[in-house]
Design a protein around this ligand. Structure first.
Ligand SMILES: Nc1ncnc2c1ncn2[C@@H]1O[C@H](COP(=O)(O)OP(=O)(O)OP(=O)(O)O)[C@@H](O)[C@H]1O
Ligand SMILES: [Mg+2]
Length: 360
């Protein structure tokens, strides 16, 4: 639609109204004149003028009503399509793609209707994407819960057999215990993600020594890396950062646990901490199974496991790195992976030393 300058628009409207009034009065003049002569009646001049004026205004009103009904700007008809689209969105149908049929030059692009059409299309696209993510999330959760439950119920049933010897009984019970731990870890991670996604997430940055935190977490994990005879070493400069200490513990624990989990017995994990002018840089390198290059971009997605067969044997639901990623986002930091299948993995975490303007 071409938008004329407003003064020209107003002048045109004024002239049109004037012409319409004139036409209405002329029509009413001839109609009343014909009526008077038919009735052989000659009213007083003032009365005739009043009748003419009132009748003229009535014709004018009727004319305007007809014109506005049949000659509305065509964009008005488009309102129905928009209302129908909004109705469909509110009913959960997000397959909307409204087409604007009236051209899109620079001026038309700013027209409120064009902007409304674009907003409705992008709202429908975003809602569709969110709905797909929600469905994918539910199907992933159901799958992750379903397989341990099947295993637990199968082995619990098998345990009812009186002929089982103590060794078999013990083996089945160990499997049930492992699956229960897997389920409880899954629910724990889901809860952590839900809290991190919500507005109620805890985020209390304080200044603390990152090198001390790393060393104490490595010592806390000693039973796990000792059990696999992994050579664990740390080279850390003294670095003080301001960050949420609990959330950052979660980051290091998830990365160290991955290192231990995906490194075979007798392997090596090295943790480096250095500082640049305004960042603390932590590198966690292992000599484990490595990650195929085509999976590098996806391992931070929820439920993504690069090697599904291995993940089944070593356990895990593919949530650890997505939690790490979310916590890094909150801290305005970054995480990158460098790895080759069969040659080990190195995660590099870069954290701003100070958290000005960080999300609170
Ligand atoms: N250090 C590593 N070495 C090899 N592969 C890794 C390493 N860290 C992560 N991965 C790959 O990335 C995937 C995602 O890791 P993530 O920590 O999110 O999940 P997970 O360890 O499988 O399960 P969870 O952490 O929920 O227990 C893993 O399944 C694995 O394939
Ligand atoms: Mg993990």
């Amino acid at each position: 639609m071409n938008r004329k300058p407003s003064f020209l628009h107003m002048a045109m409207n004024f002239v049109l109204v004037l012409l319409a009034l004139l036409a209405s009065w002329i029509i009413s003049f001839y109609i009343t004149k014909a009526a008077y002569s038919a009735m052989a009646w000659t009213p007083h001049d003032l009365l005739s003028l009043l009748i003419n004026a009132v009748l003229g205004f009535c014709f004018f009103g009727i004319g305007i009503a007809i014109v506005s009904k049949y000659f509305r700007p065509r964009e008005h008809y488009f309102l129905n399509d928009m209302l129908e689209a909004l109705r469909r969105i509110s009913n959960g149908d997000f397959r909307i793609n409204l087409e604007w049929e009236f051209g899109r030059n620079n001026e038309q692009q700013r027209h409120p209707y064009v902007q409304l059409v674009d907003s409705i299309n992008s709202m429908a696209a975003n809602l569709k994407e969110m709905e797909e993510l929600r469905q994918e999330f539910i199907s992933n959760v159901s799958h992750e819960i379903g397989s341990p439950l099947t295993s637990i119920s199968g082995f619990a049933k098998a345990l009812k057999d009186d002929k089982l010897n103590v060794e078999q009984r013990h083996r089945y019970l160990t499997i049930i215990e492992t699956e229960c731990i897997r389920l409880s870890k899954l629910s724990d991670n889901l809860l952590k993600l839900a809290v991190l996604d919500s507005d109620r997430r805890p985020f209390h940055p304080t200044a603390y020594r990152l090198d001390k935190q790393l060393v104490s977490l490595i010592l806390a994990c000693e039973p796990q890396w000792e059990e696999k005879k992994i050579d664990m070493s740390v080279e850390a400069d003294e670095v003080e950062i301001s960050a949420d200490e609990d959330l950052m513990s979660q980051v290091w624990l998830n990365l160290i646990h991955n290192g231990i989990k995906f490194t075979p017995e007798g392997g090596k994990i090295t943790i480096f901490l250095t500082r640049t002018e305004d960042h603390a840089v932590v590198r966690i390198a292992d000599t484990g199974s490595g990650i195929d290059e085509q999976d590098h971009g996806r391992i931070f997605e929820r439920f993504y496991k690069a090697d599904k067969a291995r993940a089944r044997t070593v356990g895990g639901s593919g949530l650890g790195l997505s939690i790490v990623h979310k916590i890094m986002e909150l801290h305005r930091g970054s995480i990158a992976v460098s790895s080759k299948l069969g040659e080990g993995t190195e995660f590099t975490v870069s954290l701003p030393l100070h958290l000005e303007g960080a999300e609170a």
